[in-house]
Design a protein. Structure first.
Length: 133
């Protein structure tokens, strides 16, 4: 298992009329966590693109347990449990002051950017993950 944690202050622009984070913004926070974990394993998304790979989201789940407000400091935890084949699943947990706000996951497919067809991940990406899993 690989994990990363980042902290983020909620902006006023992330909130709705009720003063809580708008529900779809959590998917952006998932993306921030995903980008962070890829950097931490030494394989940022830009490296995938340089090799002609994309990781489009093919499935998403987001369960709302509580809410966050403007200026809250949230913790975004991202988890990779398995070595991917063509599909790649990442799990997320967002908390604020130890209070669980959101849990969820995204599933991605490795895609050849030119052909827009699913492919296996680059071998050096798998080697990189195996150092941690």
């Amino acid at each position: 298992m690989i994990t990363s944690e980042i902290f983020y202050n909620i902006l006023y622009a992330h909130t709705d009329k009720m003063g809580v984070v708008y529900y779809s913004k959590y998917l952006e926070f998932f993306e921030a966590g995903r980008n962070d974990i890829l950097k931490k394993i030494g394989y940022p998304y830009s490296k995938l693109e340089e090799k002609n790979y994309a990781l489009p989201v093919i499935e998403v789940s987001c369960k709302y347990h509580n809410y966050a407000r403007y200026d809250d400091l949230i913790k975004i935890k991202t988890i990779i449990n398995d070595i991917p084949a063509v599909r790649f699943k990442l799990e997320y947990e967002i908390t604020c002051d130890e209070k669980k706000i959101v849990t969820g996951y995204t599933v991605h497919s490795f895609v050849n950017m030119q052909k827009i067809k699913p492919v296996k991940p680059p071998e050096d990406f798998i080697v990189c993950l195996r150092k941690f899993i």
